[in-house]
Write a protein that binds this ligand. Sequence first.
Ligand SMILES: Cc1ncc(COP(=O)(O)O)c(C=O)c1O
Length: 374
Amino acid sequence: MERNTHFISTRLEQRKQENSLRSLSTAGDLIDFCSNDYLGFASSSELRSIVNKELESFPDYLLGSTGSRLISGNDIFTEQLENEIAIFHDAEAGLIFNSGYDANLGLFSSLGQRGDTIITDEFIHASIIDGARLSHANRFIFKHNDLDSLEEKLKAAKGAIYIAVESIYSMDGDEAPLENMINLAEKYNAVVIVDEAHATGVFGSEGRGLVHKYGLQNRVFARTVTFGKAIGVHGAIILGSKPLRDYLINFARSFIYSTAGSFYTHLSVKMAYQFLRSKNYPELIADKINIFKEYTDDISNQFIKSHSTIQSMIISGNEQTRMAARSLQNQGFDVRPILSPTVQPGKERLRICLHTFNTDEDIMKLAASLKKLI
Ligand SMILES: Cc1ncc(COP(=O)(O)O)c(C=O)c1O
């Protein structure tokens, strides 16, 4: 036994030595500058009562979905929800997965056939990396947001070519040059897949995301929209063509071999999408982002350039970044350190997430504390 498990303690010890040991912590009552609940939906008592009220119309709802969508876990409610969300984002069809991780895993692992090529931005989310790894396709990585580097890879790519980008990058908060990338992709007969996890609810008309904002919905092959961030619930949908939806139902293993999400989750997603249209949320969150940028203007060179809810201040070094986060936490701000290997060594950072519920005063105080770190 000892011989088989020795590597567990060795690897954990190694993480400790490198100051990169991950551990779980609970939120406490600090001011939230770290969650993905950008619009405050997860904590909205108003949305919660809308969900609970709606639930009264379904007194016999099942606590669990009872099976995979392909066996006993499907219902008309879920299919209608997929359709409504697809219409909202101006897509032909959509297929709900249990999480954004599952969605990307299922999409990329099933798409890439032997001889095909999946090209990803170097900062792409782990779920896309894992999906591409599970596929049979060749994998190329291009330099972050770099069109020349992308073109180099496109020239070398073979078979069906899929380019994966995030409209807003989860760790840097910056935006992909979507239109230019699509132009380039079309030149090489490649298709683009956009992960809109951090743009949904935040950008575009009524929060439809950046693909919709730029009118690119008919020029992308698929979009991943997640429900666990600005939508405030859990799960995700892949948006694309009807044949793509059918294909995923047949070949995406994370969809096929997993119990479907619960009715409660799907109802909450439906209500959250309605709630999203009740106010101009993209404008509300843009105000908070602008306030933060204004207050941190004189230290803006410490930040990765971003106009999104994710503002990353580079500290450098796991221990230094941990200490900086701890100091902010001691002052009442829930700011988390992002360490290597999650990000490149030297690029360790404080990842500050902004929310509609952060008061201007709290943002101002946080900015003042950030300045003292320099
Ligand atoms: C860009 C991106 N894609 C996908 C995911 C995964 O989504 P989920 O948290 O719903 O599994 C995340 C979450 O961190 C993300 O940042």
